[in-house]
Write a new protein. Structure first.
Length: 373
């Protein structure tokens, strides 16, 4: 099978105990049948610990409380790996942060930005989001879709390429002007397919983009909307255990947005000022949205949910901007490590919780959908 992977996919190296955002905390750890069968063969004290951690091998996950994994050592390492080797730990732990999507005709591979080291690597390569192709390699995962319409898949790939062009110049217009075009075009796609048509019934994306007059501002979003995003399930008492650093940042984000509720123009000015004084931030946000489209836009191959998929990308990009604004109140200039920490903290909580994304999308739809379609 053809393998398409982000060009720096093979450059990833786990930071181990030096990671400031360990993957051994804040996660449910899924287990597959091979994991359970392997653990059942273990004897002695380690076998007893595995028995307890898996509910006598009846559970398909460990660390159900999403706190710190019971096998996480004081040195920030995994005692299963230390004692039994890398091949012994759960497949989810072995593969993380590698992100695989098998579409039947090819497999795409990325690094998930909920890992600090992956986010750091992404920042180092924000000007290089190209895919490289490996021939005749075994896929890492089973197909993620039941759809086998190759023409439709090819159309999605073409649309995604057109969308990705928005980051090329790195100017403010990339986010200010083109995100509304991407979202409104996605709304048109969804409505057209729902009526039995297809992408050929719409004008090319670049023609559509030229018709957008810029009156809709999706970047930065309205401050009261961003405040509502923060005040969803992403902000709850459980975060204190699973992500205390994120909870601290969210508390500060609530305070920041609260100050601007009566001065929305001031919030937009503050966002623009931050982008002007931190010259790497806007190119990073452009590439962050692009990377999101790389990873998730093709899920429309199964769901046809163009509107939701692109809306969530816009939401997440704005949330990274908000958290960057919040973090910048502590220091004038954001370092690459600061930005990597913000991205990894947020992605870990927001991308793997459908309740959070559902609520954020509902808030977004109530404010923006009717005004843009």
């Amino acid at each position: 099978m053809k393998i398409h992977k982000i060009s720096w996919f093979d450059d990833f190296k786990c930071m181990g105990g030096d990671c400031p955002q360990t993957c051994c905390r804040g996660w449910l750890i899924p287990l597959d049948e091979d994991d359970l069968e392997r653990f059942k063969c273990e004897k002695g004290l380690l076998g007893i610990r595995l028995l307890a951690a898996t509910g006598a091998y009846t559970r398909t996950r460990m660390n159900s409380g999403s706190g710190e994994c019971t096998f996480h050592t004081r040195e920030g390492l995994c005692c299963l790996q230390l004692k039994k080797g890398h091949d012994f730990i759960p497949w989810a732990c072995r593969s993380f942060p590698r992100f695989y999507r098998n579409y039947g005709y090819f497999e795409e591979r990325y690094l998930d930005l909920s890992c600090f080291a992956a986010a750091r690597l992404f920042i180092e390569n924000i000007r290089d989001l190209s895919l490289v192709e490996d021939e005749d390699e075994e896929p890492a995962t089973r197909p993620c879709t039941t759809n086998d319409d190759k023409k439709y898949l090819d159309a999605l790939l073409k649309i995604r390429r057109d969308f990705l062009m928005f980051r090329e110049d790195g100017s403010s217009g990339s986010c200010w002007a083109r995100l509304p075009a991407i979202y409104s075009y996605s709304c048109g796609l969804q409505d057209t397919y729902a009526k039995g048509g297809d992408h050929r019934d719409l004008p090319p994306f670049h023609d559509h983009m030229a018709s957008i007059n810029g009156e809709y501002h999706l970047f930065p979003m309205k401050v009261h909307v961003l405040r509502e995003f923060v005040d969803t399930a992403i902000y709850n008492f459980g975060v204190k255990k699973s992500g205390p650093k994120l909870l601290e940042l969210l508390n500060e984000a609530l305070s920041l947005t609260g100050r601007y509720l009566s001065d929305p123009a001031g919030f937009t000015a503050a966002a623009r000022s931050l982008l002007d004084t931190n010259e790497k931030l806007l190119p990073l946000l452009n590439s962050y949205m692009s990377y999101y489209l790389y990873q998730y836009f093709l899920s429309a191959y199964e769901t046809y949910s163009f509107r939701r998929i692109t809306a969530l990308g816009i939401i997440h990009t704005n949330m990274i901007l908000l958290l960057a604004m919040t973090y910048s109140e502590k220091k004038q200039r954001l370092t690459d490590d600061d930005l990597a920490l913000i991205i990894s903290l947020y992605n870990r909580k927001a991308f793997f919780n459908e309740t959070i994304e559902d609520k954020m999308y509902l808030i977004f739809s109530e404010v923006y959908s009717h005004s843009m379609v």
